[in-house]
Design a protein around this ligand. Sequence first.
Ligand SMILES: [Cu+2]
Length: 192
Amino acid sequence: MKRLIAFVTTLAVALLTMVTAALPASAHNVLISSSPAEGEELDTAPTEVVLTFDQPVQDADVNEIAVTGPNGDQWAEGTVEVDGPTVSAPLRPLGPAGEYVIGYRVLSADGHPVSAEIRFTLTSPGPGQASGTADGDQSGAEQGEAGDTADAEATADQDDSEGVPVWVWIVGAAVLLIAGLVVALRMGKSQE
Ligand SMILES: [Cu+2]
């Protein structure tokens, strides 16, 4: 009887320990630094965006860096490169002075995408020209961008719901504990 209760208690403690140990491993990547940095004012246009995270980023198609200029033009060009915790994307020569928004989405080490925005200001205009000349092209690009943002938000929502199973584990452990105790008590009684 006492042995059974001890066994069930040990089992429950082991399950709870597993659940607790699993929590830190599911933390998302966190941005540590970026170039350009949030709120930075630059008089010379940067030639690339570099994002540094606290953990390695998975090299995947979902990784994306967009740089939107003051007039809604896109300035990031070429492929997003992943090197451990660092993600970078080349920029075309920037054009008008004003606020630029870096929008990024990268795949965390734990398999969940994280996305956010970083804003910097170009204080003197660069030589770059907007890529889209036709209005149609530009609105198309903006629609594409909006679609991407919606995607990222949908994924983030999904990500939140994936956090729920931790509670399922805890409830499962509690149910196992109670069931185990009931069985232990019955067995104890039948032995008397
Ligand atoms: Cu995650």
